[in-house]
Design a protein around this ligand. Structure first.
Ligand code: NAD
Ligand code: TYD
Length: 355
């Protein structure tokens, strides 16, 4: 079996669902169920003995030790993190605690467990660290996309904490020989995406007739990847990635934020017309994010060359599926828009009016 951390979050839950749709190998899912964790994402697995959910913190060494001893996983896939840049600006402490200290605790527990494995079990064990392209910093308009050799230049508390965790993972391999692989993915989108991030926020606000907040001039660029394509890449890297290597994963889909929001408006106008008129009227320019990275773009040629991975979805097909998913799951949207969510929206957007 495999141990997943953060498997009740956006990418982690998509990964668990995808994994169990393709294999009968059981998953232990360790997740603290922070505001971002949602067991509703995994409702279809209720009663499925292949999925064992454990609510707990990756920083709880005794718990992690116990799970490793009891279930003897062949791999750990580490998703758990504080993941939202804007929250890291308001409160970086939780990011340092989970992303750095939590990863350190997990690495130490994995090292102790792995050092007692023998033979094939020891040789095939993997610690797969799920990281982000944001550790590389920001690109200029003419710069080449990030390769695996790009220098680390993290700019936000979030990306700095992820960069620190990457360095720990690298050091645990070089110093102790722990068999690690690290992946750096670009921005994901798709089902179960918590509506604090741009794409799901724009969808749920547009459906509710609320303003669509675009930071700054709306011309910041992200490289978007459909979450299921990310999951397929992670499975491949886990099975065939070379130990100690890093792999960049991206969709070759660079878009400005304004293009993203306009695309969502057009799709919703087509699929769920609004009597009040085209939804682009809701686009509202608001104050920029402090330290806002201008452009991210991934050069995904290494994973294509070595493992044969390419995304199956274009942005056009992936965003259509995503918008349709939100239209089909109003109860999921209503459930995640709890009191805590409303409080975050008031904190982040309450004080910023139209620019
Ligand atoms: P998310 O915020 O949706 O989910 C994070 C999950 O981790 C939640 O279920 C939460 O409850 C859990 N968690 C948080 N702190 C924990 C702790 N201390 N112990 C145990 N569980 C804890 O995040 P996501 O978007 O699914 O991202 C998953 C991983 O992928 C993160 O490591 C993130 O850095 C990375 N990543 C995300 C993106 C993206 O576009 N979302 C892109 C590249 C990489
Ligand atoms: P986000 O989804 O938070 O991902 P990240 O910051 O990790 O790339 O934001 C994506 C882009 O959208 C980023 O340039 C910030 C911008 N953005 C807005 O313009 N308005 C918003 O309300 C949010 C949440 C993000």
């Amino acid at each position: 079996m495999i141990l997943i951390t953060g498997g009740a979050g956006f990418i982690g839950s998509n990964f668990v669902l995808d994994w169990l749709a393709q294999s009968d190998e059981p998953v232990i899912n360790l997740d603290a169920l922070t505001y971002a964790g949602n067991l509703g994402n995994l409702a279809s697995l209720q009663g499925d003995p292949r999925h064992v959910f454990v609510q707990g913190d990756i920083g709880d060494r005794a718990l992690v030790d116990q799970l490793l001893a009891e279930h003897r996983p062949r791999a750990i896939v580490h998703f758990a993190a504080e993941s939202h840049v804007d929250r890291s600006i308001h409160g970086p402490g939780a990011f340092l605690k989970t992303n750095i200290e939590g990863t350190y605790t997990l690495l130490e527990a994995a090292r102790a467990y792995w050092s007692h494995l023998q033979g094939t079990e020891r040789e095939t064990f993997r610690f797969h660290h799920v990281s982000t392209d944001e550790v590389y910093g920001s690109l200029g308009p003419e710069d080449a996309p990030f390769t695996e050799d790009h220098p680390y230049q993290p700019n936000s508390p979030y990306s700095a904490s992820k960069a620190a965790s990457d360095h720990l993972v690298r050091a645990w391999h070089h110093t102790y020989g722990l068999p690690v692989v690290t992946t750096h993915c670009s921005n994901n989108y798709g089902p179960y995406h918590f509506p604090e991030k741009l794409i799901p926020l724009a969808i749920v606000n547009a459906l509710a007739g609320k303003p669509l907040p675009v930071y700054g001039d709306g011309l910041n660029v992200r490289d978007w990847l459909y979450v299921k394509d990310h999951c397929a890449a992670l499975r491949l890297v886990l099975e065939r990635g070379r130990v100690g290597q890093t792999y960049n994963i991206g969709g070759w889909n660079e878009k400005t934020n304004l293009e993203i929001v306009r695309t969502i408006c057009r799709l919703l106008d087509e699929l769920r017309p609004d009597a009040a008129g085209p939804r682009e009227r809701l686009i509202t320019f608001v104050a920029d994010r402090p330290g806002h990275d201008r452009r991210y773009a991934i050069d995904a040629r290494k994973i294509e060359r070595e493992l044969g991975w390419r995304p199956a979805e274009t942005f056009e097909t992936g965003i259509r599926k995503t918008v349709q998913w939100y239209l089909d799951h109003p109860e999921w949207v209503a459930q995640v828009q709890s009191g805590a969510y409303r409080q975050w929206i008031a904190t982040q957007y309450g004080r910023v009016g139209p620019a």
